[in-house]
Ligand binder design. Sequence first.
Ligand code: ZN
Length: 93
Amino acid sequence: MSIDLPICKCPKCGKVLNDATVAFGERLDAEPGDSWSICFYCGAIVLFDKQLNTLRLPTPAEWSDVESDPAFFGELQAQQRLVIQFRKAGKAN
Ligand SMILES: [Zn+2]
């Protein structure tokens, strides 16, 4: 599923993202709290804030937390690889 978002920019590449698709796991808006995501343009691993208003890069502590969960981190990395492969294949602008 995807949801509409306020217009926000990827903190890494600066592209405007105005919707989000949950590639795996729970609905993005199912619970309050920052949500991990992948930029569809550059493949950056990013976090939405609690209100889904802004995207930011994870802090070092958050990286440590996510890396301590190999199953979840592995899924994030797998999704990141898919985005990067998709972009390299020239399937989107
Ligand atoms: Zn990006």
